[in-house]
Design a protein around this ligand. Structure first.
Ligand SMILES: Nc1ncnc2c1ncn2[C@@H]1O[C@H](COP(=O)(O)OP(=O)(O)OP(=O)(O)O)[C@@H](O)[C@H]1O
Ligand SMILES: Cc1ncc(COP(=O)(O)O)c(N)n1
Length: 272
């Protein structure tokens, strides 16, 4: 039997400590049976304690990597993470407009867990107006949703439902992530085709939460070509993330917010 192995592309920044950005994305792709490819937008000097510096690539370099890859390799799904600047957003949007590789999941990364800005403040409008209309699913956390909508941050699941529906006027699909709320469950809301689906997972008590958003959006991109709907892909992606948060207890990486742990899931292995 020949396995279907989708090729998935991440467009994102780096994290030498292996918890977020390109490293998290590629590990997630592999763990979920996809072949990972990557286009770098920024070289970020960071560890589990925080961000010490950002070397931002220019739009031409990012578009050059993208076009060169897509000239040769067919991709079955795209995940977009940290973009950094208006210039890079505009370059990525231009390539998506011209080549329309689908489906595209956008994690609108704005601020790192440590508080350091990863997106220039003037780039939020460019993301909202130029990039979001071109993608299939956006996965904002609560501060990102508030920034995109120009409103205060949601403090309850009811607030989240209002904001997820408001964001659905801007994007084809929305997964509003509730990791920043407190409570026994960590709730996310998906709005696709006017239908709202709630996903609840037990909140894992751990300091190892670095890269949860990167992992979730990458898992959705890896699974979407292998599943029939966004609802199923998101449900399984969240299950994967919850497992990776639990497995993070086996790790002792750095002294700050440690990474979640990606593990090889022995499922549907055609070779055994
Ligand atoms: N402690 C936790 N236990 C279980 N699930 C969690 C926990 N924290 C976050 N999540 C889940 O992780 C995913 C990412 O949510 P979050 O709101 O933390 O995104 P984020 O802030 O973009 O993440 P990051 O910036 O760390 O990459 C969501 O599915 C959320 O429900
Ligand atoms: C390159 C890159 N992309 C995304 C994040 C967000 O992850 P976190 O909020 O866990 O710091 C990050 N720190 N670095």
């Amino acid at each position: 039997m020949t396995a279907y192995i989708p090729t998935v592309l991440t467009i994102a920044g780096t994290d030498p400590s292996g918890g977020a950005g390109i490293s998290a994305d590629l590990k997630t792709f592999s763990a979920l049976g996809a072949f990972g490819t990557a286009v770098i937008t920024a070289v970020v000097t960071q560890n589990t304690r925080g961000v010490a510096g950002i070397h931002q690539l220019d739009g031409e370099t990012v578009a050059g990597q993208l076009n060169n890859l897509l000239d040769d390799v067919h991709v079955d799904a795209v995940k977009i993470g940290m973009l950094g600047t208006v210039e890079v957003i505009e370059s990525v949007a231009a390539v998506l407009r011209e080549r329309a590789p689908a489906p595209v999941v956008l994690d609108p990364v704005m601020v790192a867990k440590s508080g350091h800005r990863l997106l220039a403040p003037d780039a939020v409008a460019a993301m909202r107006e130029q990039l979001i209309p071109l993608v299939d699913l956006i996965t904002p956390n609560l501060p990102e949703a508030a920034d995109l909508l120009g409103v205060g941050e949601a403090t309850s699941v009811c607030d989240m439902a209002r904001q997820a529906n408001a964001l659905a006027d801007l994007a084809s699909g929305v997964l509003l992530k509730g990791g920043h709320l407190s409570g026994a469950d960590s709730t996310d809301l998906l709005v696709v085709d006017g239908r709202v689906t709630e996903f609840d997972a037990p909140r894992v008590v751990t300091r190892n939460t670095h890269g949860t958003g990167c992992t979730l959006s990458s898992a959705i991109a890896a699974l979407r070509p292998q599943r029939d709907s966004w609802v199923v892909a998101v449900r399984e992606a969240k299950e994967y993330l919850t497992g990776a948060l639990r497995a993070a207890d086996d790790l002792s990486i750095g002294s700050g917010h440690g990474p979640v742990h990606h593990f090889w899931r022995m499922w549907d292995d055609p070779h055994t």
